[in-house]
Design a protein around this ligand. Structure first.
Ligand code: HEC
Ligand code: HEC
Ligand code: HEC
Ligand code: HEC
Length: 498
């Protein structure tokens, strides 16, 4: 055979060259393959053994972690992107009061009536907290309107400060006290133990909340931890007692009624409504609690399964840290569902649109009920004539807020969300029935709604001087906030702004 080959090559040398080049190509490919194996090994080794920096204690500066974990860091940085809008949500800024002015009336007397924007990426947590009219303009002449507790869900500097000062000493201060300390946006130290990179809980309020609810969080499975890290912030909470300590109202359970029972028992209210005088509750964002009652959680999914799916890069699998709406990369649903992207998107939109139908009705009727109550008071209605109505208004609005403030609720738990909205509408209309009787007794037969068809009109109606508030805030954002950032940079607490 070899003599035959040698003879053929002698006759046609091209065959010899052909064999030579084919061999070279094979050797080259083998070389590439070997190199890629060593490279992958090296990458894995870098990740788990050769960390570039040793992270000690609570390191709030995300850039330091980024040196050890560039993939997670680079995707995390993309939470700053503003490039996607789904039908109802997305990562772009949206002025929710502009789109739904009736909410201004629902929150009359509470800071949310000044300013409320749809959430965007984690990277903006600090910037948006500085910018919102809800934090006011604290400086040497103007007192704070918010407690230190406001930092809880915005920054890994918060657990660092609690560790340094102790819980009581942290919470008994006002918001601006930590202006130059709380500067890094939501990041690595919020969710990870630097030694093992295991998921960890840094907000003790969640641990206590679980204890009250009867769950031992130390026994949580790794899959449960993939939701619990989010439950540090995406939950319902209130600020308890004179020191304003963030507390989860889970003592009787995590449904909307069980939390209400707890609030009623301790006679808690967030504010007195300035139009109706009802003692109101403000729901925060019970994403976690509602999610638990939905079909995906009941099949064992966690938040990270949809909001932080795995990515692959050169054979390395890692979690996408660009936490945003899953509709931006809807292929994440196709890991489990054999459905087209269009169908999957439409399932989400159907749930959301149906919840929105009821939501629109509630906001319209509930705003009207508050204003009817205002009219009744003006006509001389007595406390005992109004008592039942005020309770109904509190119940109606708590349910409405609970269902809509959890921005993903109508998809995460569609049936539970509709159930809650249905009860809200029921309580709203019962309040109106009671109010009709009172108004009739005082001779009001021609109740008319004021014009609250835009944010500006609604804010004027409830008596907000938006021009002054906005001017003061713009000035504050240009003068005070930059000083905080500058000081943080000088003291080495902040490496980069974004
Ligand atoms: C909101 C919580 C959260 C934040 C903030 C966060 N992570 Fe993660 N991280 C997770 C979750 C959830 C996982 C998946 C863990 C699992 O499946 O066990 C993860 C996984 C990881 C892993 C393991 C490998 C992987 O990708 O699955 C590394 C390394 C990591 N994160 C680094 C970082 C770094 C660096 C930062 C800051 C830039 C960061 N994380 C910020 C929640 C977070
Ligand atoms: C330390 C508190 C904190 C933790 C932990 C946290 N979040 Fe957030 N999240 C926020 C805040 C605050 C915002 C709003 C930021 C803004 O608008 O400036 C937000 C915004 C979001 C948004 C809207 C962003 C967009 O682009 O649509 C999603 C989705 C989200 N979070 C999901 C999660 C998930 C999933 C987890 C767990 C893996 C998680 N969050 C963990 C506080 C937190
Ligand atoms: C089965 C997939 C899935 C799981 C699991 C999941 N979500 Fe979502 N989430 C969605 C979808 C879909 C939306 C709607 C996005 C849209 O309309 O653009 C959403 C919306 C959100 C939003 C509002 C986003 C925005 O842009 O305003 C937040 C916040 C959120 N989810 C947090 C969570 C948290 C916290 C958990 C766990 C407790 C969780 N999600 C679990 C699929 C999921
Ligand atoms: C990790 C797997 C997984 C992922 C990822 C996932 N799902 Fe599911 N989904 C399930 C399971 C399991 C069920 C329950 C199926 C059943 O019982 O037939 C379910 C049920 C559903 C249902 C029916 C809900 C009901 O009311 O019963 C819809 C709609 C749905 N998913 C849409 C989505 C969308 C949209 C996404 C992406 C944003 C998504 N899923 C991501 C596993 C997943």
């Amino acid at each position: 055979m070899f003599t035959k080959l040698a003879e053929s090559i002698k006759k046609r040398p091209i065959i010899g060259w052909g064999i030579f080049f084919a061999t070279m190509v094979v050797v080259f490919l083998l070389g590439l393959f070997a190199a890629s194996i060593t490279e992958r090994r090296a990458e894995i080794a870098t990740l788990f053994h050769n960390k570039k920096v040793d992270i000690e204690g609570i390191e709030a500066r995300n850039e330091i972690w980024g040196e050890n974990y560039p993939r997670q860091f680079n995707t995390w940085k993309k939470t700053a992107d503003m490039d996607f809008r789904s039908k109802h949500l997305g990562n772009m800024p949206e002025d929710a009061l502009e789109s739904r002015p009736e909410m201004v009336v629902l929150w009359a007397g509470y800071a949310f009536s000044r300013d409320y924007r749809a959430p965007r990426g984690h990277m903006y947590a600090i910037e948006d907290l500085h910018a919102t009219l809800r934090t006011g303009t604290p400086d040497t002449d103007t007192p704070d309107m918010q407690p230190a507790a406001c930092w809880m869900c915005k920054t890994p500097d918060m657990p660092r400060l609690v560790h340094e000062h102790g819980i009581e000493n942290f919470y008994n201060k006002m918001w601006s006290h930590y202006g130059s300390e709380a500067v890094n946006p939501i990041g690595c130290a919020d969710c990870h133990d630097p030694k093992t990179m295991n998921l960890t809980i840094t907000r003790t309020a969640l641990i206590e909340g679980c204890t009250h609810w009867g769950k031992d969080i130390t026994k949580a499975t790794p899959q449960e931890m993939r939701s619990l890290v989010c439950a540090q912030c995406h939950v319902e909470y209130y600020f308890h007692g004179p020191d304003k300590v963030p507390t989860f109202p889970w003592h009787k359970g995590i449904t909307v009624e069980e939390m209400e029972q707890y609030y009623d028992k301790i006679e808690y209210y967030d504010w007195i409504h300035t139009l109706s005088k009802a003692p109101m509750l403000k729901a925060q964002h019970p994403d976690y609690e509602l999610f638990l009652l939905g079909p995906h959680a009941q099949r064992g999914l966690s938040c990270a399964d949809c909001h932080m799916p795995y990515l692959a890069e050169g054979g390395i699998k890692y979690s996408n840290h660009q936490v945003t709406t899953p509709l931006k990369n809807i292929s994440v649903c196709q890991t489990c569902h054999r459905d087209s992207e269009e169908n999957l998107r439409n399932y989400v939109y159907q749930y959301q649109d149906k919840a929105l139908e009821v939501r629109n009705r509630i906001e319209h009727e509930l705003a009207k009920a508050h204003i009817m109550a205002k009219t009744a008071w003006e006509k001389g209605a007595k406390e005992q004539e109004m008592a039942a109505t005020l309770k109904l208004l509190r119940k109606a609005q708590w349910r409405w807020d609970f269902a809509v403030a959890s921005h993903g609720g109508s998809f995460h738990a569609p049936v539970e969300t509709q159930r809650i909205l249905a009860h809200s509408l029921d309580y709203t209309l019962r309040a109106q029935l009671e109010l009709q009787k009172v108004l009739f007794a005082y001779g009001v037969t021609d109740f008319k709604m004021p014009d609250i068809s835009s944010k500006a009109k609604a804010q004027e109606y409830i008596g907000l001087d938006m021009k002054t508030l906005t001017q003061k805030k713009n000035n504050w954002v240009k003068t005070v906030a930059p000083k905080w950032i500058e000081e943080a940079r000088e003291k080495g607490r902040l490496i980069s702004k974004k």
